[in-house]
Design a binder for this molecule. Structure first.
Ligand SMILES: [Zn+2]
Length: 94
């Protein structure tokens, strides 16, 4: 498992969340990618049922909160805010 990000930058205008890792790499997620990958129980159930978990064009992250030392809770401006995104997922290492 990778370490914690050293820096998390939210570029609200571009709609990009950038995470810098201890090895110097920087991963850039668009807010829409993150919304579509939301790992909450509701979104997982939708995917299991074959339904899309979509992101409206121009969707943005509305709030970012740390969950302990292992994850971020991301709330989106479509009103959806249940997703707990583990750093292992945000590092695309799982
Ligand atoms: Zn969700």
């Amino acid at each position: 498992m990778r370490a914690l990000p050293e820096a998390i930058e939210n570029h609200a205008l571009e709609g990009v969340l950038a995470l810098r890792w201890p090895d110097g790499s920087v991963l850039r997620w668009t807010h829409g990618e993150l919304r579509a990958a939301c790992p909450c129980a509701e979104c997982r159930a939708r995917r299991r049922a074959g339904l899309a978990v979509g992101a409206a064009a121009g969707l943005r992250i509305a709030a970012i909160e740390a969950v302990g030392a292992y994850a971020l809770n991301l709330a989106f401006d479509d009103g959806h805010g249940r997703g707990i995104f583990p750093f292992s997922m945000l590092a695309r290492s799982d």
